[in-house]
Design a protein around this ligand. Sequence first.
Ligand code: HEC
Length: 175
Amino acid sequence: MSPARPPASRPLASRPLAAILFLVGLSLAACGKSEAPDGDDSEATEAPAALLTDVQKAALLADMPEPYRSADLAKGEALYAMCRSCHTYVKGGGNMTGPNLWGTVGAKAAYSAGFKYSEELKASGLTWDLATLDKWIENPRGLVEGTKMSYIGMKKPEDRVALIAWLKVNTSPAN
Ligand code: HEC
């Protein structure tokens, strides 16, 4: 049945081509993969140490007392939108309207080098433990009269818990 041959040979003929295209695709994908880490290395020289793995973050969270250790980190990250117009949080991130927040949880107030703090915050003698941070985020001026932080305050306790847990996990070195 010779009329049947051309249709039958066509798929055969196209198979090597498909295989070649497949291999080309694979090798392009492989190239892309091998280039990505190099690119990351050269671009991320500013703050690579701030990138904790999910396992390290989970360990930091598990070290916190309740209710923080059960906090919703995704919610905390969303709430950080309230802060990011004035603050950076990664290690080595610059000061903006507000100071860089790397290492905040547990630090003494007014710790970020090169930031011009209010005299009131410098003189406050506060340490940013969980309870103090909670009061600060609820109402900065209620805690430190005269502070330069013109943030209105976060009223819901569960929102502050989520935000503080997120801050701890994202602004602390791995332990
Ligand atoms: C409108 C800008 C602005 C916003 C929004 C803002 N901050 Fe601030 N923040 C500041 C300024 C300015 C200071 C320094 C206050 C001072 O010197 O009195 C500060 C100080 C701080 C400090 C003390 C840091 C230290 O070095 O002692 C913490 C902690 C902090 N902010 C957390 C937050 C969090 C969390 C949010 C979001 C809920 C937030 N801030 C929102 C401007 C802001």
